[in-house]
Design a protein. Sequence first.
Lengths: 141, 222
Amino acid sequence: MLMPKRTKYQKMHRGRMRGVASRGNRLAHGDYGLQAVSRGYVNARQIEAARRVLTHNMRRQGRVWIGIFPDKPITRKPVEVRMGGGKGAVDHWVAIVKPGRMLFEIAGVEDEIARKALLLAMDKLSVRTRLVVREEESLVG
Amino acid sequence: MSDRPSLAAETRSVFGRKVAQLRKQGLVPANLVVPGGDSRALQINEHDIATIIRREGRSGLVELRFSDGKEAALLDEVSVHPVNRRLQHVVFRHVDLDTNVQVGVQLELVGDAPADQTSGRFVVREMDEISIECLPEDIPNVVEVDVSGLSEIGDHIRAKDLTLPEYLVLLGDPDAMVVHVQAERIESEPIEAIGDEDGDGAEGMVAGDEATDDDGDESGES
């Protein structure tokens, strides 16, 4: 699974995730993509599950780009532990996803295969997404 | 030029956050930038400008119609909301029709690449638009890139290889890669994440347990 190789600090505050994705919101590499339309955390396991679905359904053809990286540590206290005693240990890693963020991009497969793979990958993610196609992306309004 | 798209524009008196009210009324805030002069705040009909952008692309020459006259302007910057795809703002640039301008024009791949028909390889586009210099009247909607000659892995087309009409001058790095043929990756290869300059991407980071059962700690590069 994806996680940082090293970090400056072990643990992080929750923070806020207001606004929309001002960057990484267009197809940069592929011809098809999954774009977030809601906000939330996507953890490393979900990213890996979606990636596996994509590569499996693309029948090992084409290429996949992942537009997010889980660089935020989420901590958990052990079960049945009284409050206090400091912050819990790092449990997993998440990526903060804002509406508009392009989560996955694929290229090199036929239209039907690409659409099917991305629709299946949608189900693996904890944010609502939509399918974006390069030819239709330039349309406005 | 009679075939130049024409657009009705009004002077805008609403600024800042209040322009959200304009958008609700189906109007798009815009600015006409005059190099060396004062820019002018405008409001235009969203449907009209969207129609022009769909037809002409994002780098065309338009004729702005004001109550007191007309003005030729270049569509310079189009801001689209990343989620609802509605137009947020448009910047027009005043142009002198006799002076060359520098613009970015969308690239369009044409032809069937033999590499796409062959298993194990496919065509990767590295560039979406290209910078050119020409007279405002000569700005093309798209620059076509013929990919029918791309068959083997490593075949590529660089910016200098593009067939441009004589009146278009290529700007930027002539050796910049436009498209190339790449081998398809098999599933066991390391996952690749797209890097970001501000650190919310994958720069300097690797795929965790994937890196242990594969060869890779190269996460960001292809």
